[in-house]
Design a protein around this ligand. Structure first.
Ligand code: ZN
Length: 161
């Protein structure tokens, strides 16, 4: 079966960023599963997987614009420390969930001052070219509920709210 829209794809991957640093992988773990054609994974990888089958191996170069996006200076900001009451001890490098006008977002703490905190809402891999090494493990038809929800259900067809 070939990968196409509304197929559930399982694959192993290794991610290299900036040459040879391996940032992320499924080695020794369960393969990653996603629903093809629903933007569950970065677009540059999804488009290269189109038409592939179980057993296929490929290396994919993904530039930032079809990966996690360009780095945006306007996603950095300074917020009052008192707005983050209840978030515990804040340290640079920590990721916290912040309510914004666009809904909840994960932001990384850049700097903690006496009254303010500098945060960065860019994805940690924004602006960076990615190289994926992928091996396709399995391709199956999606269940109706998966297509309706736009994501994979681990046990195939459960319903949830
Ligand atoms: Zn669902």
């Amino acid at each position: 079966m070939k990968i196409a829209d509304d197929k559930v794809v399982s694959f192993h991957y290794q991610l290299e960023v900036d040459g040879n640093q391996i940032e992320d992988s499924t080695q020794g773990e369960q393969p990653m599963m996603y629903l093809h054609g629903h933007r569950n994974i970065v677009p540059g990888l999804e488009s290269e997987l189109e038409g592939k089958s179980a057993g296929d191996e490929l290396s994919v170069q993904v530039p930032p614009e079809s990966g996690y996006g360009e780095y945006r200076d306007d996603l950095r900001g300074r917020i009052p420390l008192k707005r983050l009451k209840g978030s515990g001890t804040l340290k640079p490098g920590m990721t916290i969930r912040l309510e914004t006008q666009q809904g909840p977002r994960n932001v990384q703490i850049v700097k903690v001052g006496k009254f303010n905190v500098d945060v960065d809402a860019n994805h940690p891999l924004a602006g960076r070219p990615l190289q994926f090494h992928v091996k396709v493990v399995d391709v199956r038809d999606a269940h109706e509920s998966e297509i309706a929800h736009g994501h994979v259900h681990a046990d195939g067809n459960h319903e949830h709210g």
